[in-house]
Structure formats: C-alpha cells, structure tokens
Design a protein around this ligand. Structure first.
Ligand code: G6P
Length: 486
C-alpha cells in the first residue's frame, strides 16, 4: 500500500525523462529540458495536479543529479516545476536493459529489423540482459509503488518498461495502470522469434495493466493477435473496442494517434534563431532550387540509406532535376553506444558523399547532410521544404510527417511510407510508397517535385488539419480519462 510519502494522483513512467544533466568540469550540473508529446501532454494537467514523473538516469550527469536527490525529487528549478524522480540504476544493469534488451531486441522485433542469417542470437548474453531488464523494470515498479496515492492513475511508456504494469499490479493492486506503446507492434509470426518465455512475459507484463494503448489500430490489433497466439488469451472485438482477457484479468486496448502541437510549432518556427538558420540554409541551397527535406534520428528503421538511393535514382532517371534540387538530409546521432547504429551512421555518410561526388558540380551539391542535432535548423528546413521524405521501414507514428505540413511556408508534398503509423491519418493526401521499393520512391519524389502549386497547397492544408487532430495535451488527457473511467 501507499507509504506516508505517497501523494501523487497521476504518475508517468518512461525511460527517458523530461530533463537531462551534463556534468560540468567544476562538478556542477547543467540541466537541459526536453520536449516531445509527453512533456507538453503532462503540462496540460498543470503543476497543481502534483503529477510525478519517474524516469531513469541515462548518463553521468543524470546519475549525479539522481544521487543528489536521493529518494526525493529533482530540483524543481531544473524541471520547470515538474516533480521528477530520476532512478539511479546501476550502470551495468541499465546498459544491459536499455542497450541490450530494449534497443537491440524489443526495438528490433517491433520494427522487423533483424537480418538473417546472423540475427537474432538468443544465448547466454541475452539471458543475462533479460535478467537485467527485469531488475530495471522492478526498480520502476518499486518507485511508482512508493510515489502513488491510493487509487492513482499510472501511465507507463514504451517497450523499455513492458514488465512494469504487471510488477506494479503485484505491489499495488489499488492503482489504475495503463501502458502506452510508442512503437509499432510486431505481427505474431515475427514476434515469436523471441524465446517463448520472454515473448509471454512481455505480453503478460503489459496485460497487468487496465489499459494498453497504441498509436494506431494496426499496432493494437497486432498486440491482440500476439496475446492470442502466444498466451492463448481471449480477444473480444466489439466495434472499435478491443478487450483482452487473460488469467482472470481484463485489459482494454486503446488507440490514441498523437498529433503535432500546432500552436507550439507555429510560434517556435518563427523565432529569431530559426530565421537565422533559414537564411543559412537558403545560402547553402542556392537560388531557385527545390528542396527535398528529411529529418530523422540516424535510426535503422528510418530507412535513410534507401531514401538517399531513391534520390540518386531520381537524378539518374530524371536528369532535368540535376542542379535544380537539393536534398536536405538531417540525420541526428542516436544510440551511439550500439555498433549497429554507428555503422549505419557511417553508411549514411558514405552514400551521401558518393551522390555528391558522382553528381555534384561546381555550383551544386546535390545532398546537404547535417548530423549535428539542431531543432531550430530542423524547423527552418520544414519552412522551406517543397517535398518531405518520410520513408521508414516501420514507425509507430512519425511526427516529422505531421510537423512539416504545419510549419511549411509554401506548401509541401509529402512522400510517406505506408508502414509509418502516420499513414493511417495522412495517407489520403500523401504520395504513398513501399519503403523497400527504391524505384517507386524515386518516382514518388519526381511526382512530388512536379506537383502544381495549387494542388500542393490544398494537400498541405488537409495534411496539417489531419496532423493536428489530437495535439499532445488532448492525447494525454484522453488516455488519463480512459484510465480514470476504469
Ligand atoms: C522512440 C521511442 C522513445 C525514445 C526515442 C528516442 O521514439 O519510442 O521511447 O525515447 O525513440 O530514443 P532514445 O533511445 O534516444 O531514448
């Protein structure tokens, strides 16, 4: 039951929290606040709600901040008043859980990223990592159990914390517990690559909650299919309502398609630092040229290399675009502790350099690749984009596809993978591609570049409306409402 310190009526748990710390040489800490849907969602219920966010310490600075806070909350001055409990998990446990299980196994399963014949390998190292993942999930369950008031609502995020709903239910049966998956969910035949006990434990963990929510119906159905195939759970479908029954419990599945934050984006993209970046980008592109823009973490599922190859094919098959278009590709570093991500980053660079070497001329560089993360520059690119390329192999939602139409100045044609969650809402006005098909993607790029101004503007207007249908605050409140209805 709740301890005497337990006060929170609403709790959020996620691996990455709303703030991170850099450790300065003099030993002081420099906090950096993050953005994203959860941060703006949670702000919708206001600081007076006393919501608590539980997250993990990700690096040395975070660890130091977590140690200084002890079992209490971080300095509210660092978090904009948000109550944040940052867990100081032993580095080797964190590494095995986050890099090993979460990002090398669960992420790979849900995004269908394994490459045979060498992957996956589930041996002794995997077993040790799986034990660490359980320990790491238990640390979250313990902290949440301490922080939550009687009957509180707890919103647990993503594949890092799949076991937390079940573990928390054991500790605190009084709580209303929801889990939200920001990724796709694998279809049963692929999901069953996982060792049988692990496949079952992940599902059982999420089904420990009252709610399990997803970004699109497709991922919710896949989860239900896996629960039936792996656990033999009973799935009931009543119209749009999906319920999974297992071991005497009932978990309702929900679909909440996180949208772009129009108010924030429109304001932020007109700030002086974005104007500056826009001027610099325009100078780099050169006058009168069209732009194809992509903005991603350098992430295997984002399919950046095939995107570059499709652009190369465009230049090959449509020489009329040479000198007249620039592909602005922002590929920001991600998960660099993993060799496979570092190798992918090298491959992106190599392919971009080869295009520039083979097609570039004295006055024209076909690809402008930038790898240093800069949100203001991303917004500047959104403003000037004629075409946005969003071609993931698989993606839970993809917010870039939703942000570009909101920020774009003269209308932007969207080339969109049918495997992105955003396809469900934006497919009608996008040029839709199979992300593996380079030839078809090259054709779509040509079509997008050739689209008339009127049509592009009309489509962009409709895309922006669809993209902002469920802004972060409402997305968060909808989940909370469903949970408190339980
Ligand atoms: C995806 C996941 C998030 C994660 C983000 C960045 O969007 O759904 O949970 O925070 O990627 O990945 P990282 O490993 O840097 O936190």
């Amino acid at each position: 039951m709740a301890s005497e310190h337990s006060a929170a009526q609403v709790l959020v748990a996620s691996n990455r929290g709303p703030v991170s710390y850099a450790l300065r040489e003099d030993g002081s800490l420099a906090p950096k606040r993050g953005g994203g849907g959860l941060v703006s969602g949670l702000s919708a219920i206001g600081p007076d709600a006393g919501a608590v966010w539980v997250c993990a310490a990700l690096g040395d600075g975070d660890r130091e901040a977590a140690r200084r806070a002890g079992p209490g909350h971080l300095d509210p001055g660092d978090t904009g008043g948000q109550l944040v409990r940052m867990l100081d998990i032993a580095p080797e446990i964190f590494d095995a859980a986050y890099n090993g299980i979460a990002n090398s196994v669960l992420w790979f399963v849900h995004h269908l990223l394994y490459q045979t014949p060498l992957e996956p390998v589930f041996g002794a190292e995997f077993r040790a990592q799986w034990d660490a993942y359980r320990t790491y999930n238990a640390a979250f369950a313990d902290a949440l159990a301490q922080e939550a008031a009687d009957g509180a609502a707890v919103l647990i995020q993503d594949y890092h914390l799949a076991l937390v709903p079940g573990l928390l239910r054991e500790r605190r049966p009084d709580l209303r517990i929801g889990h939200f998956s920001h990724t796709p969910w694998a279809p049963p035949d692929y999901y069953r690559l996982l060792p049988d006990d692990v496949a079952a434990d992940v599902l059982r963990g999420i089904l420990g909650g009252d709610r399990a929510a997803f970004l699109t119906e497709r991922w919710a159905l896949a989860f239900a299919d896996c629960a039936a195939a792996v656990l033999g759970a009973e799935v009931e479908r009543d119209g749009a309502r999906l319920t999974v029954r297992f071991e005497g419990r009932e978990t309702r599945l929900g679909v909440h398609g996180l949208g772009a934050d129009a108010d924030f984006l429109r304001k932020r993209s007109r700030a002086a630092d974005v104007d500056e970046r826009l001027t610099a980008l325009r100078a780099q592109i050169g006058p009168g040229r069209r732009t194809i823009v992509r903005v991603d973490r350098t992430e295997l599922s984002k399919n950046i290399v095939r995107g570059l190859l499709a652009y190369r094919r465009l230049l090959e098959t449509h020489p009329e675009w040479r000198e007249r278009v620039v592909h602005i590709a922002f590929a920001y570093p991600s998960r660099q502790d993993l060799a496979v991500y570092r190798d992918y980053t090298d491959e992106v660079r190599r392919v971009a350099d080869a295009i520039n070497a083979d097609y570039g001329t004295e006055g024209w560089q076909p690809v402008a690749l930038h790898v240093k993360d800069d949100f203001a520059r991303s917004l500047a690119a959104y403003r000037l984009a004629d075409v946005a390329l969003v071609n993931p192999i698989r993606d839970g939602m993809n917010l870039v596809a939703k942000e570009v139409p909101v920020v774009s100045e003269q209308g932007c044609a969207l080339v969109l993978s049918r495997e992105a969650g955003a396809y469900a809402e934006l497919g009608a006005d996008a040029l839709v591609v199979n992300p593996y098909d380079i030839e078809a993607t090259a054709r779509a790029l040509h079509e997008a570049l050739s689209m008339g101004d009127g049509e592009r503007a009309e489509r962009t207007k409709r895309l922006a409306a669809a993209a902002t249908a469920l802004p972060p605050a409402q997305w968060f409140l909808a989940q909370l409402r469903e949970l408190t209805d339980v």
